[in-house]
Design a binder for this molecule. Structure first.
Ligand SMILES: *[C@@H]1O[C@H](CO)[C@@H](O)[C@H](O)[C@H]1NC(C)=O
Ligand SMILES: *[C@@H]1O[C@H](CO)[C@@H](O)[C@H](O)[C@H]1NC(C)=O
Ligand SMILES: *[C@@H]1O[C@H](CO)[C@@H](O)[C@H](O)[C@H]1NC(C)=O
Ligand SMILES: *[C@@H]1O[C@H](CO)[C@@H](O)[C@H](O)[C@H]1NC(C)=O
Length: 385
């Protein structure tokens, strides 16, 4: 009986105590789990600007007497251990209490781009996590790969190039410096289309035209200010073309007569006036010679003072540059004013002779010129031709 009792007791012990022991064991395991160092949150991926400071945080709980190290993930170079920096004065570590180990890199360089590992020296296997940094670099024009000023013949194919470094890769935009729209043409097309700007590192100008001449800006921009630009001048060379707005000019004697020619040419021209295909006219009391330039256009202006019988004849405006020569012809006639010729204020006859009579030198009458006379003048002219 005693033996049975003992056995029962033993069994009871076994049944009752075993789970207790198991319970105690699992409690120990649980406590161990909690005591093991753990990462609180991921490091994450971050973006920083070059030259500034990068900060990565590694948050650890239950570190105990373990140590936290930072490594460069790429080559496993150890950068720091707890609060001790192993490498380079650009790195530093600090404990952002209570539990975040911060790796700081300053000043940041492009080669710092990459991933960094935070490690805890747990046994038997280390615990680690990774975070990456991207280093943003502002744009910079690469001069060797960017066009200098360009000089081309009209109808040549021209391509302007512009390249820039930077991270993320910069976007290249072209526009005219004078803010006029750019004229572009598709290969094989005769017609231009207008755009405010053009995106791309090469700007193709197929069969370049004089109207495309000017200063261009290539602007490189990414998410990092400041954007940068380079100015590229495109010169289109072509021989002179002379346009004469009014080839036939009639004027009353005694007035000042203005003769005009428009020249288009590049590079710049030498311009002069000839009378009756002989004498070159010089600026002086009788003739006033002037020019108004705007880009590749020149307005040549000859004023003949006190128009007289001697001035009747043929005039040539002549323009030359290194590529050629061109001229325009104007014919000057006397307009007879009748019934009387004593007044000649503003004469506005329009058409062929517009601009011929702009000023008068001899008379200063306040009476306005009758419109009927203007019409007679016009008819006279038409009769002449
Ligand atoms: C961080 O960047 C790395 C490499 O660029 C990438 O593999 C990883 O998926 C990124 N992690 C997150 C959370 O975006
Ligand atoms: C310009 O390009 C077109 C087509 O690409 C070609 O046919 C033409 O000969 C080129 N003109 C010059 C002057 O190189
Ligand atoms: C204009 O020319 C006429 C004759 O050609 C001359 O008699 C007159 O004095 C001149 N007038 C002026 C203001 O020079
Ligand atoms: C011409 O006449 C106007 C008004 O009749 C006068 O104001 C002006 O001074 C005169 N000019 C000359 C050059 O005499």
């Amino acid at each position: 009986m005693k033996i049975y009792k003992k056995l029962f007791w033993t069994l009871l012990q076994g049944f009752v105590l075993l789970p207790t022991i198991a319970l105690r064991d699992s409690h120990v395991v649980n406590r161990k789990l909690i005591d093991v160092p753990q990462f609180e949150r991921p490091i994450g991926n971050h973006t920083f600007h070059i030259g500034k400071e990068a900060v990565l945080g590694c948050s650890v709980i239950n570190l105990g007497k373990h140590k936290v190290g930072w490594l460069r993930a790429e080559d496993q170079t150890v950068l720091s251990l707890n609060d001790r920096v192993v490498l380079s004065p650009r790195y530093s570590v600090n404990l952002d209490t209570p539990s975040t180990w911060q790796l700081r890199i300053r000043p940041l360089r492009a080669e710092d781009r990459g991933c960094y590992m935070c490690q805890i020296n747990t046994q038997p296997s280390m615990k680690w996590q990774i975070g990456c940094i991207d280093v943003y670099v502002p744009p910079d024009i690469i001069n060797e790969e960017t066009s200098a000023d360009v000089s081309a013949q009209e109808m040549d194919n021209v391509t302007l190039l512009c390249r820039a470094s930077g991270h993320p890769p910069p976007k290249i935009t072209w526009r005219r410096e004078d803010h006029e729209p750019m004229l572009l043409k598709k290969v094989g097309s005769r017609d231009f289309y207008k755009v405010e700007s053009y995106v791309g590192s090469s700007l193709p100008l197929w069969r370049v035209d004089r109207r495309q001449m000017g200063a261009f800006l290539c602007i490189a921009a990414n998410d990092v200010p400041p954007a940068v630009s380079k100015r590229i001048i495109l010169n289109v060379n072509f021989s002179p073309t002379v346009i004469v707005p009014n080839q036939l000019l009639g004027a009353p004697l005694g007035t000042d007569v203005i003769l005009e020619c428009t020249v288009e040419a590049y590079p710049n021209t030498i311009n002069y006036w000839l009378k009756n295909r002989g004498e070159m006219l010089l600026d002086g009391p009788k003739y006033v010679i002037g020019e108004e330039r705007s880009s590749y256009r020149v307005m040549m202006k000859l004023t003949i003072r006190n128009f007289s019988k001697n001035d009747i004849g043929t005039y040539n405006c002549v323009s030359t540059n290194s590529l050629g020569k061109s001229e325009g012809t104007l014919r000057l006639y006397e307009i007879k004013l009748y019934p009387s010729s004593q007044s000649s204020a503003e004469v506005n006859i329009g058409g062929l002779t517009e601009g011929a009579v702009k000023q008068k030198s001899q008379y200063n009458s306040s009476t306005t010129f009758p419109r009927t006379i203007a019409i007679i003048v016009l008819l006279t002219l038409l009769q002449v031709y």
